[in-house]
Design a protein around this ligand. Sequence first.
Ligand code: HEC
Length: 192
Amino acid sequence: MRNRILAACLLLATLGGCARDGAPTAAVSPFEPRASIQEVMQSIVDPSADALWEAVSTDVGPNGTEEHQPRTDAEWLAVRRYAIALAEGANLLSQPRAVAHGAATLEDAHVEGINDAAQVRAAIDADPAAFTAHAQALHAAAREAVNAIDARDARRLLDAGERVDAACEACHTRYWYPHDVKPVWPAKLGKP
Ligand code: HEC
């Protein structure tokens, strides 16, 4: 019996610890996830992804097309910082946290088919592992961006950016706008 308690303590030592008498105590997380999912989106995920996408992009203006990509060490370093922030921002989504605080309304709340915070909460709670899997997909895509940056490969960074975009979209269509009404191409209108 004593051995079993010791074994449990050894296991728990990495998670939380044991009381002095050797009895296992509940594991206590050192994290304090105060920011809501909405705040993580607004403060970390969205601005970091925007910077990543802008780093390799094409502008079409009155003077023709302008291709952007990082060229100097300083530019590669700048975009790398955003990719790291995005990857770790994705990790923050794997921690249990509020969807939105107080009376905060979600962006596009007025649009038909958009979930409110309570509906997002219910969808997450119905299968928390599925939400975490979406967060991990974003993390993996952002890490691929880091790898592309370390290889100084703009083409690969562009592809990683598309993978990031797909990870945002996959999670949003499931939790944020699951009833989104997709626009119909005019050619399809009126056809049976
Ligand atoms: C694991 C799921 C998940 C992933 C991945 C994800 N989001 Fe979100 N996002 C949500 C949920 C849920 C909401 C709706 C609740 C809210 O507004 O915060 C949301 C809302 C948002 C909002 C609106 C915030 C507001 O003001 O209400 C923005 C902007 C946003 N996400 C950007 C992004 C971008 C950009 C990415 C990809 C780089 C991304 N999200 C990836 C779950 C995710």
